[in-house]
Design a protein around this ligand. Sequence first.
Ligand code: AFP
Length: 313
Amino acid sequence: MGEGISDYTKFCIDLRRHMWMAGVEMELRRLIWQIAVTGKYISAKIHESNRKLAGFKNIYGEEQLSLDRSADTILKNQLQFSGFVREYASEEQDAVVHIGEGSEKYFVTADPLDGSSLVDSNLSIGTIIGIHNGSMMGDGRNTIVAALYITYGPLITMVYSAGKGTHEFVLNREGEYVLSQENIRLKKRGYIYCLGGLRKDWTQSHLQFVEYLEAEGYTLRYSGGFVPDINQLLIKNGGVFTYPALKKNPNGKLRLLFELQPMAFLMEQAGGSATDGKKNILDIPVDDIGQRSPIYIGSHFEVEKARAFLEKA
Ligand code: AFP
């Protein structure tokens, strides 16, 4: 990919053209395109939102803005239209939703609006999508064929991979997603660390890993939004994000299907990796759609270092 694209014409490459040039299969192309367009509708909803809409609880008992529900409904309806999606699983739904006729190839997972609690303080938030072929259960490595996220920040950006590298697009003023970074590559070792969970709840081995990073002079960057935090690692080309096992919650906080698998796929496609401390995130079997897992994700060096510290425990 990339051959034959001059620096000049690169500026004009929109998402559809990019996927076509990269040889992404037609149905998958159309599906990714449709989801990217849906990001514009979700963004419009965020703009018209009112902070006073807080107060609902999602199926995990967490407070959510009604914005989460709106984003979920918008996404589900758009996917239903596409004709390519058999099942839809969302962090906002308590069960998988059958939206196709039964013969469609793709199964879509979504965290429609991750980090919605950051809306009132005007920090970046995002939509996370996984696209699976044949099934969404089991281990992600056998089923996931594409992943993307959309960031709603000072700019709206979309980062996708369909298994041919990880690429970033920016939504321009004309409403087109224009290529901004092709084939994002993580350095083997970065300098940023993002730490989820409270220090008092960390396990001894995780604490030792963090102390190692601190002693090495890593820079702390943590927004509390998974999408912008992962985006920062990809765009700054390295570092590590962790949301570890906690003393009271050995599976951590983040959800495998909706949050971790898509990000692990994007990260691996950019030359990074993701583990729960023992297994690669994409090799962990999913038995339940709400399943959680600890995560260490980012540059190879830091992720392997984390594995080494956790192995000692
Ligand atoms: P919500 O889904 O409840 O908004 O939580 C956001 C999030 O899932 C993810 O975006 C962050 O990485 C993580 O939680 C932050 O959690 P802490 O508030 O415990 O640091």
